[in-house]
Every structure is written in C-alpha cells, then in structure tokens.
Ligand binder design. Structure first.
Ligand code: GLY
Ligand code: MN
Ligand code: MN
Length: 439
C-alpha cells in the first residue's frame, strides 16, 4: 500500500507545458534544540513525486530525455555511521525511478544549464530564503549564459499551486487506500482513548496513548500535534499543551489523526470523561452532530465547496438560538456573523499529505465545485467560553467538535472515518463497553 509515485510523475509531465519546468526543494532539516534532532519529515510536494524520504534534496522536472533530475545527499560512510543509510545518486535512479541524479552540492552548477531553454518555472518563492538566494544566483548566471546560447531563460514564474497542487488535490486509488489506512488506525486510537479516559487520567496520558497506537499500528505517528482538551480547554481551538488532569463531569475533545505513508487523517471526537453525557452536554452535542451530518451530505460532486459550511453554519446558528446563546432571526444573525462568537472556524479543508492540504478553494469570485477524488474534512463545532456571562450558565465551558474525513465520489459521500463512534449512543457504549472490558 504505497502511493504510485511513477504515476504522479507521469501525471505532472503530461500537464506540464513544453518549455516549462518545476523546481522543488526538500524541507530543511531543523534541529529541535542544541544538537537534538527532530525525525525528518519530507516536504509533501517533493515526496509526492519521488517518495524520497531524506533531507538535502531538490528535484527539477522538464520535458526531454531525462525529465526528472534529483539532487541528493552524497554517499558518506562516515556520516552514515551516525545517521543511517543514504541511497546516494545511484540509489535515487535505481530505487526511486528518477531519470538522473546528482549530489546536492552540484545543484547550482547543473541548474544553470538545466534552466537554459526553460521559459517558465514553477517554484515557490518566499518559502525558504536560502533556496530563493540559491535560485536567484543561478538565474543570474543562466541569463548571462543565454546571451551566448540565445536560448530562453525563465522569465515567468508560477506558484506550485497552479499545476502541482491541483494534481495533489485529486487523490487516486493508491492514495485513497493509504488514507483509508490512516483513517482506520486513527479509529483504533480514538476508541482506545475513549476506553482509557476517566476522571483523574491526564490529558498527557491520552496524548501518549494516541501516539503509541499510531506507531504500534504502523503509522509514522500523529499527522499534526494531538489536541487532547478536557473540559473548557476544548474552547481553545489549538490546545496542544495537554497537561491537565481530566475531571469527572467534563467532556474530552480529542482532535488527532494518524499519519501513514505521510498521508494524514484528521479526526475529532468529543465524549464524556465519565462515559455519560450530561443533559446540557447532550444538547450541545446533538446540534453539532446534526450540523456535521448535514454538511457531510453536502460533500457531493458538483456542489460548491462552500455549501458544507453554509449548511453547517445554519444548523449551528439555529441551535445557538434554541440554547439561548443568541437571540434573533437566524438569517440576520448569520448575515451579521453573530454565530462566530460560538463557531469561529471553517467547516473543513482539503486533506492529504498535509493536514491542511493544498488546492485552491475558490475559482475567481466563487467557491469551486467538489469533484470525485477530493478528500475534505467536515468539522463543525460549538464553543461556549467558561467566562461568557451572556451565555446561560449551564452551557458555559462546553466545547464540542466532531470531525470526519470524507472522500467525494460520483455518488454518496464516502466517510473514511465512519466507524469511529459518533452518535451519542455509540460514544457512550464505546466508553462504557470499553470500561467493562478493561475491568
Ligand atoms: N486538526 C486541525 C484541523 O482540524 O484543522
Ligand atoms: Mn481539520
Ligand atoms: Mn482536526
């Protein structure tokens, strides 16, 4: 179950206009602190085309006899003793299927020649100053050389969003299989978290459990930092401290997804720490669930992307009025954006190699239509701050989000994370059932 990198390369080359080239650099390898290293995570664009897992890498794509040239770390037995095997240029050709490969130190000189005859370059300026400086120096030399060679040099630049990211947006069967696996492993972890959570257990323990399950089941780990937010912490959208104990009577919001083959799931479940929703928690939860189910139903080919948000926002705003959080006419409240007091984020995003994956959301002036092969998250929520004196007291401190990953198909929305407990009955059963099983 690996992505079909050769197919990705072919798809890109088929769409790349004659005379244009694509230049991608790997992400820099950042140190964590001092000499301590993070585990390297490749840049998604370059990985999508090569499967190359290591840092210090760049890829040039252009039509010709050798369309894919990869620049990689040189073989170095001494360094390999410290950090492990390096395929080197030969391994890049033999094992990764690129047409040519060189040591990364050769990049500036080789690029001066490779860019001769190229009219337009697809390159992400302003991502990394070091790469920009290297390319600017190369372009100056290419331009000087072109006076003699009379060949064109790149005068037009396109952001990778124009071509490459549109390809990454539509997932093929192999990618979908990997994403299903990420969803499956995420489901195991969320269910184990429901089982483990109890008054007195630390958010950090659940955090560790999620990561452990992802690794145990064959994933790389979480695709983004786990959010394990007990009680009012759920109202902090990117709560990642995960350092407080869980309390009886509170909800626990977990936003966490496994990364498998560098594709990530993105899942949120909210459930009672003690296994039983209170009446107020249930009221809020049911509104969010209704909004989420309706938004999922809008994840259909041909519907504008924005529909999911509009559908969810309406149901949530009606709910806010019903709970006494807002007063007034629902249309007017939405128009005035009054709902943002309790629902301040979007209803989803593209999902893939990046948790907030690439691809445009709008055509000029309007929301783009959904297409089969797109994967979106659907993640409405309601967040009632503990100190919100305008909210009925009984709802204060409740935060609920429910998030699934949905594949747009030619027919029904395909919820990749469908088997993770979500209805009130299923969530309570998962908490209780697991509790009994654990005894
Ligand atoms: N986990 C990040 C998000 O839901 O967008
Ligand atoms: Mn999300
Ligand atoms: Mn999420």
């Amino acid at each position: 179950m690996t992505p079909d990198f050769a197919l990705h390369r072919k798809t890109l080359l088929d769409r790349l206009p004659e005379g244009e080239a694509v230049l991608l650099f790997g992400s820099p390898h950042h140190l964590r602190n001092g000499d301590a290293e993070y585990r390297y995570r490749p840049s998604s664009d370059l990985y999508w085309l090569t499967g190359w897992p290591d840092p210090e890498v760049a890829l040039l794509v252009k039509h010709g006899e050798a369309p894919f040239t990869l620049f990689v770390q040189k073989k170095d037995p001494e360094l390999e003793t410290w950090t492990g095997y390096r395929p080197g240029p030969r391994g890049a050709v033999e094992d990764y299927g690129v047409d040519e490969a060189h040591e990364i130190s050769e990049l500036p000189d080789k690029l001066v020649d490779l860019l001769q005859g190229v009219t337009a370059l697809h390159y992400a300026w302003a991502d990394e100053p070091e790469h920009d400086a290297l390319l600017a120096a190369v372009l100056r030399k290419t331009q000087r050389k072109s006076r003699k060679s009379k060949l064109p040099t790149p005068l037009t630049f396109h952001h990778p969003a124009k071509l490459l990211h549109e390809l990454r947006l539509i997932k093929n069967d192999a990618e979908i299989a990997v994403m299903r696996e990420a969803a499956r492993i995420s489901g195991i972890a969320h269910r184990e978290a429901m089982a483990k959570a109890a008054p007195g257990v630390g958010e950090w323990e659940i955090d560790a459990l999620l990561t452990y399950v992802y690794r145990r089941e064959g994933g790389e780990g979480p695709g983004y930092t786990n959010i394990v937010a007990g009680g009012e912490n759920a109202c902090i959208l990117h709560y990642i401290k995960n350092d407080l104990p869980l309390e009886d009577g509170d909800l626990l919001l977990i936003d966490s997804g496994a990364e498998v083959g560098f594709y990530t799931a993105d899942v949120t479940r909210t459930f009672p720490v003690n296994g039983r929703f209170t009446r107020e928690q249930r009221e809020v939860y049911e509104i969010v669930l209704d909004a989420q189910l309706a938004a999922i139903d809008a994840a259909r080919a041909g519907r504008p992307y924005q529909d999911m948000h509009e559908v969810a926002t309406r149901i949530l705003t009606e709910g806010m009025v019903k709970l006494g959080l807002l007063e007034g006419d629902v249309d007017a409240l939405i128009e005035e954006e009054a709902h943002k007091k309790y629902y301040m984020h979007g209803t989803g995003h593209w999902l893939g190699l990046d948790v907030h994956d690439v691809g445009l959301y709008h055509e000029p002036g309007e929301s783009r239509a959904l297409q089969p092969g797109m994967v979106v998250t659907v993640e409405p929520g309601l967040y009632i701050p503990i100190d919100d004196e305008s909210a009925p007291e009984r709802y204060r401190g409740i935060g609920v989000r429910i998030e699934d990953d949905v594949l747009v198909t030619a027919g029904e929305p395909d919820v990749l994370t469908a088997d993770i407990p979500k209805s009130i009955a299923d969530v309570e059963a998962a908490c209780q059932g697991a509790r009994i099983a654990a005894k």
